[in-house]
Structures are given as C-alpha cells and as structure tokens.
Design a protein around this ligand. Structure first.
Ligand code: C5P
Length: 221
C-alpha cells in the first residue's frame, strides 16, 4: 500500500482533463502533474535547437537529458500550437516515452507538497493528467477518469484558450491540427490514447467544468 491516493485523468486535447485534474487536486489537497508538459518541453527543446521534432534520435536525446527539476514549465511557448504539434510527434517515439516514465511514477509515488496534512513534504495524494496515466504510468491508480468530447467542441475550446492569450488563430486550422494529433495519439504503437478498462468515461461535450467536477467528486466520494 502506498498510503496515499492516486487519481489518473486521461483524454484527448481540450477534453477538459486539465481543468478537472487541477480542480480535483485543489479540492483534495493533492499534488498535480500535467504530464503533457513533459512532452511539450521535449518538443520545444527541438524547435529551439532548430531540429526536426520527427528526428527520433534527437527527440530521444532531448528526453534523456531532460531534467524536471530545472525545466521551466511556465514558459508560455509551451502552449503554442507549434509546440503542441511537436509534442504529439515526439510522444510517439518509444525512447521518448521510456525516458519520461520514471519522473511521472516518482511523482505519483511521492507527491510533492504536504501542507494538507500528509507526512512532511509529501502530499496525501496525486492527480496526474495525460494520455496513458491509467493504462501505463499508474495502472493501479485508485481512481481513473477518461474524458472525451466531440472534436468540434474541443477545437472551439482550444481556439478560445489561444485567443484569450492573444494568439490569432483560425478555427479550421486548429481543428485540422487537432484531428492529426488525435490520430497520432490513438494509433501510435506505444501507449496509445485509450481509456483503461476500469476508467470512468465522461463525455464533456455538453458538460461544463463545474458539472464534470461534481460528477468526478461524486464518483470519488
Ligand atoms: O495534454 P497535452 O495536449 O498538453 O499533451 C501534448 C501532447 O503530448 C499530446 O498530444 C500527446 O501526444 C502527448 N502526451 C502523451 N502522453 C501523455 C501526455 C501527453 O503522449 N501522458
């Protein structure tokens, strides 16, 4: 027994998984890890080095030297569409995924924090969101949610998010990019995007963030 709770929240882009995972972590006093950021950091390293994200050796090298302790997860460029695309490409490489497994499992096993009553320096639980948390990273998670929504709705959400931060974007291009990224995530050979057999599948197409949160909390309690 690990003695603390692990919650896995998986799903495609803009399905609402990040919003739900963050809220669950805040409500329960658990540590939160957005695992997409790890793949985004690797993609951004390649972009900044002028390398092609489809260069498997370069991507593997970047993932191996990646250090979560020193990476800047607040860099706004991590949210750029170009970085999203690069993240989806590097995430399909088995060596990249393998290099990032330990940092995710360590987080789940020893969630940083502890202000909410856990042992010193360790939170009472962890919430991780991504694509393969319930299937590969934490198959023994205590609770698993898989969020999905119609792709048109997800593209609209992503456009709003990008416009809110001042980017000029075209809905059709975002939709097209999202379709390609979904397809790559669902069909890759290693850790494809899919609900774990024991995950609660939640369709958020017509469910706002409050309703998704209430539903998830009711399943946890
Ligand atoms: O969740 P987010 O959109 O930030 O993830 C960026 C990309 O990283 C995804 O398109 C996916 O290809 C990859 N990813 C992954 N496994 C995860 C998290 C993200 O393959 N656990």
């Amino acid at each position: 027994m690990s003695g603390h709770v692990v919650i896995a929240v998986d799903g495609p882009a803009a399905s609402g998984k990040g919003t739900l995972a963050r809220r669950l972590a805040a409500e329960l006093g658990y540590a939160y890890l957005d695992t997409g950021l790890l793949y985004r950091v690797v993609g951004l390293i390649l972009i900044r080095q002028g390398l092609d994200p489809a260069d498997e050796n370069a991507a593997a090298e970047a993932a191996i030297v990646f250090d979560a302790a020193t990476a800047d997860f607040n860099d706004p460029a991590l949210r750029d569409e170009e970085t999203s695309k690069a993240a989806g490409i590097v995430a399909a490489f088995p060596a990249v995924r393998a290099a990032l497994v330990d940092v995710q499992r360590r987080f789940a096993a020893n969630p940083p924090g502890g202000a909410e009553g856990g042992a010193q320096g360790v939170a009472r639980g962890a919430v991780l969101d991504g694509r393969d948390i319930g299937t590969v990273i934490c198959p023994d998670a205590d609770y698993k949610f898989f969020l999905e929504a119609d792709i048109e709705e997800r593209a609209r959400r992503r456009v709003k998010e990008l416009r809110d931060r001042g980017d000029t974007v075209i809905l059709n291009l975002v939709l097209q990019e999202m379709k390609e990224r979904d397809e790559r995530d669902r069909t890759r050979a290693v850790a494809p995007l899919a609900p774990a057999a024991d995950a609660s599948v939640v369709n958020t197409t017509n469910l706002n963030a409050d309703a998704a949160f209430a539903l998830a909390m009711s399943l946890i309690r």
